[in-house]
Design a protein around this ligand. Structure first.
Ligand code: NAD
Ligand code: GLY
Length: 363
């Protein structure tokens, strides 16, 4: 097992990564559990892991109530959030009852937002079961729901007390979801960790084959990168760079997710196509070479990810991107690459430049 720490002063917390942790993590972490916990999960994950988690928690004296939600991004909304509040109230959960998210990023974001807001905030524990959640969404405290007009538009920063990433849960993950998680893994290499990017180029086939050692290394390295970035700029307020750099490809990707209807393109798939748009714009600005662009494309293709966006039309992309949270004073603040391994925030791209990059990167 690897234990990383995210350094946020009094709100610092451990990120545990390793096989079998669903069962073995709790004895030493019992301080974050009360006598009761409320597990939020979904109809796909519950049959696989809920009873194992419940039994492990019972062994350390924590009695778990559970709410099993319908599966999917299309349920990451206000109606599902209300169902969580109804459950917490119905079970008489109080301000000391931790909410435990057992599932992927959808469950983590929903349960985290419920934890942030129920009775003005209750303790929160992340038990991520997708690669994407283990390398990204369970770490750093972003929580929230979608609005029909925009992805992740309603939310709060609410840090978990603990993240438990059991790498064995990835054995049941569908291949398309494994690929989606790899989009966020590649992101860390592209924005700030060239040696990791090179490692990914050498090891992508092992990752796709679910080699346990390769997956563990990729998860730990991703979490270590994310922990450093979040510790330096927890609330994404840095004027330049900072936490915003974790959004490489996301402003384009959110337009794909919203434009195609939530759940049709997976988040990681949209991020992969969005990353290629950001790289294309970086090439047009003279920062990346054609060979760099080809290197990124080849790596994403080996992860079986889409490298071109859907044909929404540039006007729709630009309209949806204009609603993104990354708009500052009316200008899109995009994350672009100065070179492979070094990202910047950039608000100087003109609408014409952005449009041209979209047109060149779409079907
Ligand atoms: P997801 O939560 O929808 O999970 C993907 C699918 O895998 C679902 O069908 C789920 O039920 C299933 N699943 C989960 N664990 C499984 C397992 N071990 N075995 C078999 N099936 C399993 O999607 P995701 O990719 O994990 O997360 C995407 C969400 O995360 C998006 O809503 C995105 O906006 C959000 N996100 C949040 C942050 C953040 O910082 N909070 C960062 C990145 C992404
Ligand atoms: N996924 C972007 C962030 O956590 O900031």
């Amino acid at each position: 097992m690897q234990a990383l720490t995210i350094n946020l002063g009094a709100r610092s917390y451990p990120i545990l990564v390793g096989p079998g942790l669903l069962e073995t993590a709790w004895a030493e972490q019992a301080r974050v559990l009360g006598g009761r916990v409320c597990v939020i999960t979904n109809a796909v994950v519950a049959p696989l892991y809920l009873e194992r988690l419940r039994a492990a928690l019972a062994q350390v004296g924590a009695d778990a109530t559970a709410l099993v939600l319908p599966d999917g991004e299309s349920f990451k909304n206000g109606a599902t959030l209300d169902a969580i509040y109804d459950h917490l109230l119905g079970e008489r959960c109080d301000r000391s009852t931790p909410v435990v998210a057992l599932g992927g990023g959808v469950i983590g974001d929903l349960a985290g937002f419920a934890a942030a807001t129920y009775q003005r905030g209750v303790p929160f524990i992340q038990v991520p079961t997708t690669l994407l959640a283990q390398v990204d969404s369970s770490v750093g405290g972003k929580t929230g729901i979608n609005h029909p007009r925009g992805k992740n538009m309603i939310g709060a920063f609410w840090q978990p007390r603990l993240v438990v990433a059991d790498t064995e849960t990835l054995n049941t993950l569908p291949e398309r979801e494994l690929s989606a998680g790899l989009a966020e893994v590649v992101k860390y290499g592209l924005i700030r960790d060239l040696p990791f990017l090179e490692w990914l180029e050498a090891n992508m086939d092992q990752l796709m084959a679910r080699d346990a050692a390769a997956l563990s290394f990729a998860i730990e390295r991703s979490c270590a990168n994310k922990a450093e970035v979040v510790a330096a700029d927890e609330l994404e307020t840095a004027r330049e760079g900072g936490r915003a750099l974790l959004n490489l490809g996301h402003t384009f990707g959110h337009a794909i997710e919203t434009g195609m209807g939530y759940g049709n393109w997976l988040h990681g798939e949209a991020v992969a196509a969005g990353t290629m748009m950001a790289c294309e714009l970086s090439r047009r600005l003279g920062w990346l070479s054609a060979a760099d662009l080809e290197r990124v494309r080849a790596l994403l293709l080996r992860a079986r990810l889409p490298v071109r966006g859907p044909a929404l039309g540039a006007d729709i992309y630009l309209d949806l991107m204009g609603h993104d949270k990354k708009v500052v004073a009316g200008r899109l603040r995009l994350v672009l690459l100065r070179r492979l391994g070094e990202a910047v925030t950039w608000a100087e791209a003109t609408p014409a430049e952005i449009r041209a990059a979209i047109v060149a990167s779409c079907d």
